[in-house]
Write a protein of this length. Structure first.
Length: 631
C-alpha cells in the first residue's frame, strides 16, 4: 500500500511536470505559427510587385495575385481588405467582393494596436484558422492584408511527437450560462457548458466525443489537473485557455496517460512483492525453529508480568536459560522484589502520613525545604475531650478517638483534603498542598459541613449505645504559607507554617466562645461565591492587631429555609446598627432574636454587649472590633 501510494505520487508529479512542458511547447508552437504568418505578410506588405496590383482594387487582378502569394507562402487563406474593412478579394470565397469582412473584430483589433497588426484564432466556414492582419503601406496605410493557416489534426500530432502528450484544441461558445459560472479569479475561471466543438486532436474519434461529454458534464478549472477515464485508461488532464474572442473561448486539453506512466512502477511492485513473499516464507521457516527456543521463556515472562499487573510481587521466575532471556528473567525478578519493597514502604508511610504526602515523598524524594503556596488550612478539635476521657478507660478512649478520627478523615479525603497531622484529639488538614486545588477554599468549607453531618450520625450511634455525645469546633483560613518538608536531616514532616496557620487555629478556638460549629475567615469566604455565610463578628485574635471578620458557613444558598433567611436578615440589621453605635435599634432586633432562638449563643453575646454599651457614651474611636485576649 505504501509503495503503491508512493509510486502513484511520483508518477503524478512526473506527469504534472510533463504537462507543464507540453503547455509551454503548445503555446510556443502557436506563437511560432503566428510569427511565421506575420513575417510572411510583412514581406508581402513591402513587396513592390504586390502594391500596384493591390492599388488597382480590381477584384480579379487582386484575387489572382493573392492566390499566387498564398501558394508560395503555403497559407490556407488570404484576403485584401480596404481600410474601412470591406473585402476586395478572398481566396476562400473567390466570388465575394465589396462586402464587409466577416471577422470585423480582427480589423478593429489591428486598428487599436500600436503597429496596426493583430492576430487571432477564429472560424471561416466553420473551420478554425490562425489569422494575422497587417496594413499595406504605400507609403501610407491603404489596405489590410489578411493571411491564415488552417488548424488541423496535423498541428496536434506535431506537438504529440515532441511532448508525448495527447493534445486537443476545442472551442466553446459564449453564453449566459458560461459567464455566470466564472469564478472571481480571471486566471482560473470555472466552466461547465454544453457548447463544445472539437477543432484538432490526437485522440481517436470515440475518445474525442467522450472527452467533450465529460467536460460538459463536470466542473473543472483552468491550470488545475483532473482525471479522465478514456477507453479504460486513466488520463491526468489539464485545460489551458488559448484565446478569448467575441464568439467564444479557444481551449487546449492536454493529457498524459497515468496508466502508462505507472507501468514501470507496477513491474517494480511485482518484483518487490515477490521478494517480500520469499522473505516472508524464509522468516516463517526460521520463526518455526526460533519459536521452540523463545516461546517458552516468553510465556513464563508473560505470566510473571500478569502477576505484577495484578499486584502480586512475591514470586520468582526461572526460564532455565543463561542467554539474554535468562538475564532478562533475573532482572525481572529483581524488579518484582523492588516493587514489593516499594509497596511495603508506601503502605507503611501512608499510615504515618497522608497518602498524598507519602506519594510526593516517594516520587520527589525527601529533602528539607519549602515553598510559598496558597493553601486553606482546617483545624478541628473535640470539645471537652478531657472531661470525656475521665468518664472512660484509656483503652476505650483510644478506640473511640480512632473511630471518630477515621470517619472524619475520610470526609476530608473525599473533599480533596490532606491530613497534615493529628494533635491528640485535634486534627489539622490542608487543602491545596501538596496537591494543587483550584477550589481549595470551597472544598474545605464543604468538608467542614460534611464533618458536622457525619458527627450527627456518630452521635446517633453513640446515643443508642448510651455513650456521651461529642461536639467539635472547626476553624478555616486561606492564606499564603510556607509548605514543605521541615524538621531535621534525620526526622522530618511535611507541613505548612505561617501566620495563616495560626489564624485557622485561633478561629477553631473561637467556635466555642460564639457557640458555633464552624468559623471561617473572610479570605476563605470570598472564594466560596456559591455558598451562603452568616457574618458573626470582627475580632482581634490573640497576638494580632488587625481586625478579622469571621463567618459561619450555612451551606448552599438554595437550601436555606425562608424562616432561616428572615432570621439571618434580622441579625444582619442588628449587626449593622451595632457597628454604627445605634445601640437601642440593635438591641430591639437582638431581644427579638434571643426570644425566638434562646439556644443561639452569639445572639446572647451581642445582647450583653449592646446592653453594656447603652450605659456608656458613644466612643468616636470605637471601630467595632472585639478583642479576644484568650486563644
Amino acid at each position: 500500500m505504501i509503495i503503491r501510494d508512493a509510486n502513484n505520487t511520483t508518477a503524478r508529479a512526473n506527469i504534472d511536470e510533463a504537462l507543464q512542458i507540453t503547455a509551454d511547447v503548445f503555446f510556443n508552437a502557436l506563437s511560432h505559427r503566428r510569427d511565421s504568418l506575420l513575417s510572411t505578410v510583412r514581406a508581402l506588405s513591402s513587396d513592390y510587385a504586390f502594391k500596384p496590383a493591390a492599388h488597382t482594387n480590381e477584384h480579379q487582378t487582386v484575387l489572382s495575385t493573392l492566390e499566387s502569394y498564398q501558394e508560395r507562402a503555403s497559407a490556407d487563406v488570404m484576403l485584401l481588405l480596404s481600410l474601412n474593412g470591406n473585402i476586395i478579394a478572398d481566396t476562400q470565397h473567390p466570388l465575394i467582393t465589396q462586402s464587409p469582412f466577416y471577422i470585423p473584430s480582427l480589423v478593429e483589433q489591428a486598428m487599436n494596436s500600436e503597429y496596426g497588426e493583430a492576430d487571432s484564432i477564429d472560424f471561416i466556414d466553420q473551420k478554425p484558422y490562425i489569422l494575422v492582419i497587417v496594413p499595406l503601406f504605400s507609403p501610407e496605410p491603404s489596405h489590410w492584408i489578411v493571411m491564415g493557416f488552417l488548424l488541423t489534426d496535423d498541428f496536434a500530432l506535431d506537438l504529440q511527437q515532441t511532448t508525448k502528450s495527447q493534445v486537443s484544441l476545442l472551442f466553446t461558445k459564449k453564453s449566459k450560462t458560461f459567464e455566470e459560472q466564472q469564478t472571481p479569479s480571471p486566471t482560473t475561471p470555472s466552466i461547465n457548458t454544453k457548447f463544445w466543438q472539437q477543432l484538432a486532436s490526437t485522440l481517436p474519434t470515440e475518445q474525442r466525443d467522450y472527452s467533450q461529454r465529460v467536460l460538459a458534464s463536470k466542473p473543472w478549472h483552468f491550470d488545475q489537473n483532473f482525471d479522465l477515464i478514456l477507453a479504460n485508461k486513466q488520463y491526468v488532464s489539464v485545460v489551458q485557455l488559448v484565446k478569448e474572442s467575441e464568439s467564444g473561448f479557444y481551449i487546449a486539453l492536454l493529457q498524459r496517460s497515468l496508466t502508462q506512466a505507472l507501468r514501470p512502477y507496477k513491474r517494480l511492485h511485482v518484483v518487490v512483492a515477490s521478494m517480500f513473499f520469499i522473505a516472508l516464507a524464509v522468516l516463517i521457516i526460521m520463526s518455526h525453529f526460533m519459536a521452540r527456543k523463545i516461546t517458552k521463556p516468553v510465556l513464563i515472562l508473560a505470566k510473571g508480568a500478569k502477576e505484577i499487573e495484578q499486584g502480586h510481587y512475591n514470586f520468582t521466575i526461572d526460564v532455565g536459560q543463561h542467554d539474554e532471556l535468562g538475564q532478562l528473567a533475573n532482572r525481572f525478578n529483581a524488579m518484582a522484589k523492588g516493587l514489593a519493597e516499594r509497596v511495603k514502604v508506601r503502605s507503611l508511610l501512608g499510615k504515618v502520613v497522608s497518602p498524598a504526602i507519602a506519594e510526593q515523598l516517594i516520587n520527589k524524594g525527601v529533602e528539607l525545604g519549602g515553598e510559598e503556596r496558597k493553601t486553606t488550612v482546617l483545624f478541628s478539635d473535640i470539645r471537652d475531650f478531657t472531661q470525656l476521657c475521665e468518664q472512660q478507660s484509656a483503652k476505650s478512649t483510644i478506640i473511640l478517638l480512632n473511630q471518630l478520627l477515621t470517619r472524619l478523615s475520610k470526609v476530608i479525603d473525599k473533599h480533596q483534603g490532606v491530613i497534615d497531622k493529628y494533635i491528640g484529639d485535634a486534627m489539622m488538614a490542608l487543602f491545596g498542598a501538596p496537591i494543587t486545588d483550584q477550589h481549595q477554599a470551597a472544598n474545605a468549607v464543604l468538608a467542614a459541613l460534611a464533618m458536622q453531618k457525619e458527627l450527627n450520625l456518630i452521635n446517633k450511634e453513640f446515643a443508642e449505645k448510651r455513650m456521651a455525645q461529642i461536639t467539635i469546633g472547626i476553624g478555616i483560613n486561606s492564606a499564603t504559607v510556607i509548605a514543605g518538608n521541615m524538621g531535621s536531616s534525620t526526622r522530618l514532616n511535611y507541613t505548612v507554617i505561617g501566620d495563616g496557620v495560626n489564624i485557622s487555629s485561633r478561629l477553631e478556638g473561637l467556635t466555642k466562645f460564639y457557640g458555633v460549629p464552624i468559623l471561617v475567615s473572610e479570605a476563605t469566604k470570598m472564594q466560596c461565591s456559591h455558598l451562603e455565610f452568616q457574618e458573626i463578628d470582627t475580632v482581634r485574635v490573640k497576638g494580632k492587631q488587625q481586625g478579622l471578620t469571621i463567618y459561619l458557613p450555612l451551606g448552599d444558598a438554595k437550601l436555606i429555609s425562608y424562616k432561616q433567611q428572615q432570621t439571618n436578615k434580622r441579625f444582619n440589621q442588628a449587626l449593622k446598627h451595632y457597628k454604627n453605635q445605634q445601640w437601642q435599634l440593635s438591641l430591639n432586633f437582638l431581644e427579638q432574636l434571643v426570644a425566638d432562638n434562646p439556644s443561639v449563643i452569639y445572639y446572647q453575646i451581642y445582647q450583653t454587649r449592646v446592653t453594656k454599651m447603652l450605659e456608656q457614651p458613644n466612643d468616636e474611636s470605637w471601630d467595632g472590633i472585639y478583642t479576644h485576649l484568650k486563644k
